[in-house]
Design a protein around this ligand. Structure first.
Ligand code: 13P
Length: 263
């Protein structure tokens, strides 16, 4: 019998994105990307989008370095403002001017340590889209929220606050990343069933707002202790369209194995 879920899942090209966070010197960054691209050049046969989201100072060098490879380079944040007196900020038009086409927005570390709220993140999503940059919009609950049984409500609220001001055309330019905070950097991965359950809920919520066809076109990545040995199982879930990988993206071999697990 035709398995419709599988077919829909396979229609959405997977994305495996590394989030380096605030790690690596310039020299180490070059070495990592060189090693990764040489492994992938011989071993990667798929058509997933492979992304490394690197610290701002390395964007231009990394872009140059991956020029003739299967790897793309993304940023980890951008301002909600275009230009002006915002010391220390980097804007979407700046990223666009160096041809960066992906940016992580609303990561739980930005929400937790830098006070980013739903409204700010929504404005950042708009800024990125205005300049043709794909936002990787992050959502996810803390452990105490899950333990209180409020995880579905919280994630629904984050998705609505951050994205539901967009029209049906714009929302399809966004990639969503579900990253349960309790699984980030802890070695505690969500089970495939937990990931699938939340991804299906997000897709259902998108369908309620924009209709099924739009919801089926949107990619939803899982993030939180994705490793070489759990990636294949997570990525095989019907509504999991790839991963946003922190710690394991800092090692070329490990990240390459995760990339290869996405098909
Ligand atoms: P880890 O893979 O280190 O758990 O980090 C996940 C993450 O925060 C990616 O954005």
């Amino acid at each position: 019998m035709l398995n419709l879920d599988y077919n829909l899942n396979s229609m959405r090209k997977k994305i495996v994105a590394g989030n380096w966070k605030m790690n690596k010197t310039a020299e180490e960054a070059v070495a990592l990307v060189k090693e990764l691209s040489s492994i992938l050049a011989t071993e990667f046969k798929g058509d997933s989008t492979i992304l490394v989201c690197v610290p701002f100072p390395y964007l231009t060098t990394m872009k140059e370095l991956v020029k003739d490879t299967s790897i793309s380079v993304g940023a980890q944040n951008c301002s909600q403002f275009d230009w002006g007196a915002y010391t220390g900020e980097t804007s979407a038009p700046m990223l666009a001017s160096i041809k960066i086409d992906h940016v992580i927005l609303g990561h739980s570390e930005r929400r937790q340590y830098f006070g980013e709220d739903g409204k700010t993140i929504a404005a950042k999503v708009d800024a990125a889209l205005k300049y043709g940059i794909t936002p990787l919009f992050c959502c996810g609950e803390q452990l105490e929220v899950r333990e209180a049984g409020k995880h579905f409500d919280l994630v629904r609220q984050q998705v609505a606050e951050g994205l539901f001001h967009l029209n049906a055309e714009s929302i399809q330019k966004v990639v969503i990343a579900y990253e349960p905070v309790w699984a980030i950097g802890t070695g505690k991965t969500a089970s495939a069933a937990q990931a699938q359950e939340m991804h299906a809920l997000i897709r259902q919520q998108l369908a309620g707002q924009y209709g099924k066809a739009v919801a089926d076109a949107i990619k939803i990545l899982y993030g939180g202790s994705v490793k070489a040995d759990n990636a294949a199982e997570l990525f095989s879930c019907a509504d999991v369209d790839g991963g946003l990988v922190g710690g394991a993206s800092l090692k070329a071999r490990e990240f390459a194995e995760i990339v290869k697990a996405a098909r």
